[in-house]
Design a binder for this molecule. Sequence first.
Ligand SMILES: NC(=O)C1=CN([C@@H]2O[C@H](COP(=O)(O)OP(=O)(O)OC[C@H]3O[C@@H](n4cnc5c(N)ncnc54)[C@H](O)[C@@H]3O)[C@@H](O)[C@H]2O)C=CC1
Ligand SMILES: CC(=O)N[C@@H]1[C@@H](OP(=O)(O)OP(=O)(O)OC[C@H]2O[C@@H](n3ccc(=O)[nH]c3=O)[C@H](O)[C@@H]2O)O[C@H](C(=O)O)[C@@H](O)[C@@H]1O
Length: 420
Amino acid sequence: MSFETISVIGLGYIGLPTAAAFASRKKKVIGVDINQHAVDTINRGAIHIVEPDLDKVVKEAVDAGCLQAVTKPLAADAFLIAVPTPFKGDHEPDMVYVEAAAKSIAPVLKKGDLVILESTSPVGATEQMAGWLAAARPDLTFPQLAGEKADINIAYCPERVLPGKVMVELIQNDRVVGGMTPRCSDRASELYKIFLKGECVITNSRTAEMCKLTENSFRDVNIAFANELSLICDHQGINVWELIRLANRHPRVNILQPGPGVGGHCIAVDPWFIVAQNPQDARLIRIAREVNDGKPYWVLDKVKSAVADCLTATGKRAAEIKIACFGLAFKPDIDDLRESPALEITHMIADWHAGTTLAVEPNVHQLPKILAEKACLTDTEKALVDADVLVMLVDHRQFKAISPEQVKQQWIIDTKGVWR
Ligand SMILES: NC(=O)C1=CN([C@@H]2O[C@H](COP(=O)(O)OP(=O)(O)OC[C@H]3O[C@@H](n4cnc5c(N)ncnc54)[C@H](O)[C@@H]3O)[C@@H](O)[C@H]2O)C=CC1
Ligand SMILES: CC(=O)N[C@@H]1[C@@H](OP(=O)(O)OP(=O)(O)OC[C@H]2O[C@@H](n3ccc(=O)[nH]c3=O)[C@H](O)[C@@H]2O)O[C@H](C(=O)O)[C@@H](O)[C@@H]1O
């Protein structure tokens, strides 16, 4: 049975590009979001998030009448759920958005529909979602009991696109397709092949859920290794950037780059889903999270030591010292400040420092609220002239372009090796 109408629940960084991709293939797409501003923006053919090339695809889709946004689900042949899955409490997965989204589509489900969960979720979440749907619609059969004969097919298909490259990777990446039954997998693959050029790799829903968590945990553990090296090298007077460059000359060594911590709401979040379900066994994954979450405090201590040295050497009072923090975004060359360690460090410095804290962030034009009263947004040139202490936090390309001659300060904490 073909998919004439496709509904995407959650029109954020993942849902909106996905909706646009189906609409660009002339499918009728109903985007659903509880955020009225997002819905209104999209229906004007505009976008409310930053992602290269997305604006063009959304405008064309809306102008062609292939994409409409609403706040409440309407009937469709397939439903893709891409709502947030943060953690709560002591790093427990928070499925409240997924539950609300599932219960919102239940009334409009009909025999033959396909439901796909895309949100990064703990193992077993798809079965849990199927339970919510079955409880809401006892008149329909679901794969957990009816198997291949179920009225409704359900699959888990995680998203692995890289922010900033979404419109390319959404089409090119291979897709893990985890059906609750083989028939569910087949139907989900058929849906994605409407736009997918990568391969659909079939598995079951639990393996697909774990695959997403595994991908991001692998990256987090490897970043933690690099961050731990940076602490060790600082203690032993070794240039960690040179060390990693040399070690990576080995044909089978690929050490990632140290940083001020790990940001974004995925790499810093998803490994905790594995730890929460496997507290005894997931020791390395947990310790890696602790290493990465501890890095901002190590950076703050370095800044405090540098300021103490600066006070002694210059005879200035603390209130006269200017600290310049370079970068607020969670990774280079983007404007996303979500869960950014650079923002966290700048905030901690501004809270602690008696003098002026300058923030340099080429991708934002005003400071986020938590910094607005505590720091001053300035540009690179002014910061290099005015500051006594420099803190390099994000290796934006603008900062890599700073020539060594422009950096006159004696007190530099460089967490990204830009001024290595
Ligand atoms: N942002 C990324 O690069 C990636 C995100 N993911 C995962 O995709 C999922 C979504 O992430 P993002 O798109 O970044 O989140 P987001 O926060 O950008 O977008 C989620 C959207 O869902 C809406 N929403 C929440 N509850 C809803 C409901 N009941 N009905 C309709 N809409 C609802 C929100 O208003 C928001 O617009 C998460 O599980 C995330 O871990 C996976 C890979 C990459
Ligand atoms: C395994 C993997 O690479 N996952 C990707 C990741 O995207 P995200 O933008 O969060 O990625 P990232 O480049 O790993 O950055 C995460 C954080 O880690 C830091 N980071 C990254 C690499 C490195 O060598 N050192 C380092 O400190 C970054 O500065 C950033 O603060 O998480 C995405 C997600 O799940 O949202 C996922 O779709 C992407 O494919």
